[in-house]
Design a protein around this ligand. Structure first.
Ligand SMILES: [Fe+2]
Ligand SMILES: [Fe+2]
Length: 420
């Protein structure tokens, strides 16, 4: 097994990095709190790589180094390490071989007094070669610092977690130490969305991008559960600095989720698809000004280079192409992405309403059109919303388009009733 020495003065950072390295790469990790401590370890042992911060790097001359930069996320560091060791990284799977995994008692300091999601064992040595494991804390039990202290006083340094529960232990500790993204404030989700888009455009789709997208979508779904309507969204938008592209995708998704119940469609499956659609529809565009263009006329007026105009014209098709490379997406997402401006080919902004595109595409177009106009208004009032609806009902006067306008109307008017 590859052995890594991790030099990290911050105990918490070191702790969850170690766990995630062990789990995702399956390597052995020794922690050191300082360069001095690391050097003393190296005088007695050899390791494959040292992970340290740039400021410590000059201490380690003959050993391959992995430098942690300030802007690196823990996932970045795990990825880099996997690459350096020539080992596959897998964030989902547990790479641990042993039956029971030793974890330092120190983890139980940083996560004090929680109910754990795994059983905790101690090892009892029978003889030189044999030991057995005794369960001491049960999954779901609350534990107290004093419980852990008792073991420490007895000289115990490590607890043991069963291999199959190790992932849930790592997730639990990571969540407690970093604050899980799904529970983060919207502002952080918006930042995460931008970072994900950036990464996708600059580095393409790799394992980490896919992971980031999945996490970011999960966060959006989570936050949507607690979001009840436009008014609440406006409050949240004022309280958080949200990027245009995030607000745009988020609001489309929120409205789609709210109105779908008025249609006779299987809404659970539909909601899942809608979240992906809202998240991905403009993913091929690199800046939010380009996302605001939704007609030939606006494209004509915009002062853009030829290249940019082409990008805008083909963005629906391009988004569909990008999405094809993401594994495990709900079925049929590509088609709707292509059609999200009303053309079957995914190119251009047709003036006439097509009735040959998918019903969900029609619904998406109306909702997006509403959101585009809604986000243009600085402080939208009820009259503004009614104004938007009137314009929409003139333009979208057929089949599902029309039903979507009606569903929007009833959503907004119902909200008004509740407020008064
Ligand atoms: Fe859009
Ligand atoms: Fe678009």
């Amino acid at each position: 097994m590859k052995h890594i020495l991790l030099v990290e003065p911050d105990e918490k950072t070191g702790a969850f990095l170690k766990l995630n390295l062990m789990r995702s790469i399956g390597c052995d990790v020794t922690e050191a709190g300082s360069a001095a401590e690391a050097l003393s370890f190296l005088s007695r042992h050899s390791v494959d790589h040292v992970i340290c911060r740039h400021s410590d790097s000059h201490h380690f001359s003959n050993i391959p180094l992995i430098i942690m930069k300030l802007e690196d996320s823990w996932k970045n560091i795990v990825m880099k390490t996997g690459q350096a060791l020539g080992l596959n990284v897998n964030f989902m799977e547990n790479r641990i071989q042993a039956e029971y995994v030793p974890v330092s008692l120190n983890y139980f300091n940083v996560i004090s007094s929680y109910s754990l999601e795994c059983d905790v064992y101690i090892r009892v040595r029978k003889n030189e070669n044999e030991s057995h494991y005794v369960k001491r804390l049960h999954a779901g039990d609350f534990f107290l610092q004093s419980d852990v202290e008792k073991y420490r006083e007895m000289g115990l340094k490590e607890f043991y977690i069963p291999k199959e529960q190790f992932t849930s232990f790592v997730n639990f500790v990571t969540e407690k130490l970093t604050g899980d993204i799904a529970n983060a404030k919207m502002e952080r989700q918006s930042d995460a969305y931008e970072i994900t888009l950036d990464r996708l455009h600059s580095l393409g789709i790799d394992e980490l991008t896919v992971e980031l997208v999945n996490e970011s979508i999960k966060a959006m779904e989570q936050s949507l559960k607690n979001m009840h309507g436009l008014t609440q969204f406006l409050h949240a938008m004022r309280a958080n600095k949200l990027s245009y592209s995030y607000a745009h995708s988020y609001l489309i998704c929120l409205i789609l989720h709210k109105i779908i119940d008025q249609f006779e469609w299987d809404s659970t499956k539909m909601k899942d698809r809608m979240t992906y659609l809202a998240y991905f529809h403009d993913i091929s565009l690199e800046n939010s000004d380009l996302m605001k263009i939704n007609s030939e006329e606006l494209l004509e007026e915009a002062s853009l280079s030829r290249e940019e105009k082409k990008q805008v014209l083909n963005h629906a098709l391009e988004s569909a192409n990008i999405v094809e490379r993401f594994p495990k997406l709900p079925l049929g997402i590509g088609t709707i992405l292509k059609e999200h401006h009303g053309s079957k080919s995914g190119m251009g902004f047709p003036e006439t309403l097509s009735i040959s595109i998918a019903p969900l595409s029609m619904m998406f177009m109306v909702v997006e059109s509403f959101v585009d106009q809604f986000l243009e208004i600085h402080e939208p009032r009820q009259e503004d919303l009614i104004g938007i609806l009137q314009k929409l009902s003139v333009k979208y006067n057929k089949v599902i388009y029309q039903q979507t306008v009606q569903a929007l109307e009833s959503m907004i008017l119902k909200q008004k009733k509740k407020a008064s």
